[in-house]
Design a protein around this ligand. Structure first.
Ligand SMILES: *Cc1c(COP(=O)(O)O)cnc(C)c1O
Length: 366
């Protein structure tokens, strides 16, 4: 029996059968070392950096949704850098999104360059380069913060033809929004800090892949470098995932209402939401994604107007990150992201759509 999203997230990673007297979701296990068999030594749980039951349950849950074995990391950056460093060697070239998460580019321009790895920056909306000589192509779709979308199947085919591995950063979409592995990617990386867990209270990352050799390399990397999430964070994340379908549904509805309101205004420019039929990303997003995330971007012209808007809005928290239950907005240029000074990434929360639209419109009128 194949269940729908709402059912899958409620049951993802739970014990196969109810155990009388036990909670539905087993609580966090606080242990670094575990008792070993005095004679045979290492077992299923031996030391938390290698094996941990709460982390395994979370990995099973994410793995069910992404469709492949999954390794959890202490943050999205820990997961992404683990993949890059486990795969790339001196002399290699990595293709990265020119318009994707800026810390990944900073890592490539710093640490990877110092290790002798070259970077090819590629705009998410294309045009796509010749991938000859590229070891790994990392795609990010929808790209954060510009929200361009790329055709994973088409780009993966091009990159595979040239012998490159294909990774997709699935942070913004979440595995309920799209399944990159089913679209031809070799590996998924993501931050679970955003919509996947959605309560703005945990840092998390993961790598998922059906390529056992590749995932084995990443697991060895994790074991030896140690960027594992703690038991409580794993449990909190797992608990939060049960509401993913509900949260995303409301975030999408809010983004649809907010982007329509913004697009109709003459004092707001560059409104982007891949679910708007007029958006350049719409055709590919509609074909490739199962749902459109709650992130909208637009330009208010100046840092000063963004500050006025954020001060006036009661339902919008000024904050970086996105995907949480509270609507938040970030002026990306304040972090050094290469965006115009008035560019805003707005992350729709799960508030009532009419309340949210009214609050945003009133704040823009001021
Ligand atoms: C936030 C983010 C990351 C990094 O995740 P952290 O959990 O903050 O380390 C990576 N990729 C994308 C697309 C992100 O939005």
């Amino acid at each position: 029996m194949s269940y729908s999203d709402g059912t899958r997230v409620v049951h993802a990673g739970l014990p196969a059968k109810p155990v009388v007297g036990e909670p539905f979701l087993p609580g966090p296990v606080f242990a670094a070392p575990f008792h070993l068999d005095p004679a045979t030594g290492p077992g299923e749980n031996d030391y938390a950096r290698t094996q941990h039951p709460t982390r395994r349950a979370l990995e099973a849950a994410i793995g069910e949704l992404e469709g492949a074995p999954t390794l959890a990391f202490a943050s999205g950056q820990a997961a992404i850098t683990a993949l890059l460093l486990a795969v790339l060697r001196p002399g290699d070239t990595v293709a990265l999104p020119a318009d994707g998460y800026f810390t990944v580019r900073a890592f490539a321009e710093g640490t990877l360059r110092e290790l002798g790895v070259s970077t090819l920056l590629v705009p998410t909306a294309g045009p796509w380069p010749d991938f000859s000589g590229v070891r790994l192509a990392l795609l990010e779709t929808p790209a954060n913060p510009g929200l361009d979308v790329c055709d994973i199947r088409a780009v993966a085919a091009l990159a595979h033809e040239a012998g490159a591995l294909v990774a997709v950063d699935n942070t913004t979409a979440t595995p309920l929004g799209q399944n990159p592995l089913a679209l031809g990617a070799d590996v998924v990386v993501a931050s679970g800090t955003k919509a996947l867990t959605g309560h703005s209270d945990v840092l998390l990352g993961y790598v998922a892949s059906g390529d056992d050799a590749l995932l084995g390399k990443v697991e060895t990397w994790r074991k030896q470098t140690g960027a594992v999430p703690g038991a409580f964070d794993c449990w909190l994340a797992h608990r939060s995932m049960a509401t993913l379908d509900l949260r995303l549904a409301r975030q999408t509805a809010n983004a649809a209402a907010v982007s329509a309101m913004l697009a109709a205004r003459t004092d707001v420019s560059g409104v982007r939401w891949p679910g708007l039929e007029t958006d350049p990303s719409y055709p590919i997003a509609a074909a490739q994604m199962r749902r459109i995330p709650g992130v909208v971007s637009f330009d208010l012209g100046s840092a000063e107007r963004v500050a006025r808007f954020l001060t006036a809005a009661s339902l919008v928290f000024a904050a970086t990150s996105f995907g949480g239950v509270h609507t938040s907005a970030d002026r990306r240029a304040q972090w050094g992201d290469a965006t115009p000074p008035g560019f805003v990434r707005l992350s729709c929360g799960i508030e009532d759509p009419a309340d949210l639209v009214a609050d945003l419109a009133a704040a823009l009128d001021l």
